[in-house]
Design a protein around this ligand. Sequence first.
Ligand code: SF4
Length: 64
Amino acid sequence: MRVEINRKTCLRSGQCTYLHPNVFRVGDDGYPLAPAEELPPAREAEAEDAAEICPSGAITLIDA
Ligand code: SF4
């Protein structure tokens, strides 16, 4: 699974980075960053939770 964040719709609300810091981190410009590479399977549940709670639907999960 890969994670993409749509910067055009992200509200910079911070839930993803606050609740799941093992997957998301805050970039220098305040937008969240997700790993560019495939997530380890053990992290997929965290990415799925973040996608569910994101208030703007800015997180897309892409299955390999
Ligand atoms: S939870 Fe969604 S809107 Fe909030 S910072 Fe993360 S990607 Fe952006």
